[in-house]
Design a protein around this ligand. Structure first.
Ligand SMILES: Cc1cc2nc3c(=O)[nH]c(=O)nc-3n(C[C@H](O)[C@H](O)[C@H](O)COP(=O)(O)O)c2cc1C
Length: 171
C-alpha cells in the first residue's frame, strides 16, 4: 500500500531528510576484474557485538544486484578530498572508478584510497523497508584515518568540515 499525502510526498521527504547531515560512503566490490560500486549517505553504525553496520539501498538500484552477489563488500568513508568520487560513484559514467585510486582485499572488497575510514564487510541481513532495503553488514576488518576530514552531505549538497576539534572525546 502506498501511503503518501501532501505532508509526506517524496519531494518534501527528501527536503526534510536533507536537514540531517550525514557522511557519504562508497560501497564497492570486485565483479570479475573490475570494481563496481555506488555512493550512499544512508550508512550508519549498528552494533559492536557482533560488529555490524548498515545502509539503505533503493530497490531500483541496478548496481546492488551485482554487488550483493559478491562475497565481500568494501565500505569507504569518503574524505573531503573524495568529493569527485562521491559524484562519480552516483553518476552514469561507464566506468565509475575511472581516475580513482582503489585497492581490493583478498576477499574482493574494493576500498578507496584517501578515505577517512573503511570497513571490509559481508552481508548479514537484508530487510525490506518500503522502496528501499536495509542492508546489515558484518564487519571483518576496518581502519580509520581521523586526520582526513570526512565529506558531508547536507541539504542535497556536498560540504566540507572547516576544522576538526578533538578535545571532546564522546566515545
Ligand atoms: C550523496 C549521495 C548519497 C546517496 N545515497 C544513497 C543511498 O543511501 N542509497 C541508495 O540506494 N542510493 C544512494 N545514492 C544514489 C546511488 O549512489 C546511485 O546513484 C544509485 O544507486 C543509482 O545507481 P545504480 O542504478 O547504479 O544503483 C546516493 C547518491 C548520492 C550523490
Amino acid at each position: 500500500m502506498t501511503v503518501t499525502s501532501s505532508r509526506t510526498d517524496p519531494r518534501r521527504l527528501r527536503h526534510v531528510f536533507g536537514a540531517f547531515p550525514s557522511g557519504v560512503v562508497a560501497v564497492a566490490a570486485l565483479t570479475g576484474d573490475a570494481p563496481a560500486g555506488l555512493a550512499a549517505s544512508s550508512f550508519t553504525s549498528v552494533s559492536l557485538d557482533p560488529p555490524l553496520v548498515s545502509f539503505c539501498i533503493a530497490r531500483t538500484s541496478t548496481t546492488w544486484p551485482v554487488l550483493r552477489a559478491a562475497p565481500s563488500l568494501g565500505v569507504s568513508i569518503l574524505s573531503g578530498a573524495l568529493e569527485h568520487a562521491g559524484r562519480q560513484l552516483a553518476g552514469r559514467a561507464a566506468d565509475r572508478f575511472a581516475g580513482l585510486s582503489w585497492r581490493a582485499t583478498d576477499g574482493g572488497a574494493v576500498l578507496l584510497e584517501h578515505a577517512s575510514g573503511w570497513f571490509e564487510t559481508c552481508i548479514e541481513q537484508e530487510v525490506r523497508a518500503g522502496d528501499h532495503d536495509i542492508v546489515v553488514l558484518r564487519v571483518v576488518d576496518l581502519d580509520a584515518h581521523h586526520d582526513l576530514s570526512p565529506l558531508i552531505f547536507h541539504a542535497s549538497r556536498f560540504r566540507h568540515l572547516e576544522s576538526l576539534v578533538f578535545d571532546d572525546n564522546l566515545s
